[in-house]
Design a protein around this ligand. Structure first.
Ligand code: IPE
Ligand code: IPE
Ligand code: MG
Length: 238
């Protein structure tokens, strides 16, 4: 991978990605929308390799949103089966690469039991890996996550603070997002990591997800390194 110009001291530790544009990719080729989802698998694997090469420690990808249930039943059913089979086919390879697989999102009745089982198996198999934490956001929505966190907070009778909310998010260990990428030219957040990405650098790329490769990730990292993160303070403030 071409990494010229990348500053190794300024690698974002948490990169989040909205894997968007599968349907358009397929339609442009006269294929079914679901063929676009299938083609997204190679993009995901390549992005994971890229993250490992760049030394990114957390990669979070949006695979299915709480709003995606609005899609036609056939497409939803396909996505459930596809994600299940992807885990079964790819988890050993990811395990060997040192990837720790995690999930965020609601485990409600709509998610097939067999998919939940494969998610749990993948998490269990890879739980001690340390190179990269790959979090798959599935049946995930930032608002749902916040509602669940606040419900828990009320149940616990805890004092309402940012820390108390953060500790009750889907994965309390997840660090804040540094670099937030969306493919396919859409400039929307679509409910992805709204709390964790409060100070993320947003990078929008035109590439449709199935065409995304590690080089695109490297380019986004370069763009990230050109930004001046101020966190509400002043430039060059230490
Ligand atoms: C993203 O691709 C994958 C999911 C939402 C599951 P889309 O299916 O949204 O593709 P477009 O945006 O219709 O092209
Ligand atoms: C966001 O993409 C969800 C995922 C990529 C899983 P969508 O395609 O569902 O988002 P909208 O509908 O364009 O906002
Ligand atoms: Mg889309």
């Amino acid at each position: 991978m071409e990494t010229t110009g990348i500053d190794q001291a300024l690698i974002p530790s948490h990169v989040a990605c909205v894997m968007d544009g599968n349907g358009r990719w397929a339609q442009r080729r006269g294929l079914k929308r679901t063929d676009g989802h299938s083609a997204g698998e190679e993009a995901l694997l390549d992005a994971i390799h890229g993250a490992l090469e760049l030394g990114i420690s957390w990669l979070t990808v949006y695979a299915f949103s709480t709003e995606n249930w609005r899609r036609p039943t056939d497409e939803v059913r396909f996505l459930m089966g596809f994600n299940e089979s992807l885990l079964v086919r790819r988890r050993d390879e990811l395990h060997e690469l040192g990837v720790r697989i995690r999930f965020i999102g609601r485990r409600d009745w709509r998610v097939p039991k067999r998919l939940l089982k494969q998610m749990d198996r993948s998490v269990e198999l890879t739980k001690n890996n340390t190179k990269l934490t790959l979090t798959i956001a599935f049946n995930y929505g930032g608002r749902a996550e916040l509602v669940d966190a606040v419900k828990q907070l009320v149940e616990d009778g805890a004092k309402i603070t940012e820390k108390a909310i953060a500790e009750r998010l889907c994965d309390p260990e997840m660090p804040e997002v540094d670099l937030w990428i969306r493919t396919s030219g859409e400039h929307r957040i679509s409910n992805f990591l709204i709390w964790q990405a409060a100070y993320a650098e947003l990078v929008f790329v035109e590439t449709l997800w199935p065409d995304f490769r590690r080089e695109h990730l490297a380019e986004a990292v370069l763009e990230f390194q050109r930004r001046d993160r101020r966190f509400g303070g002043l430039k060059n403030e230490s």
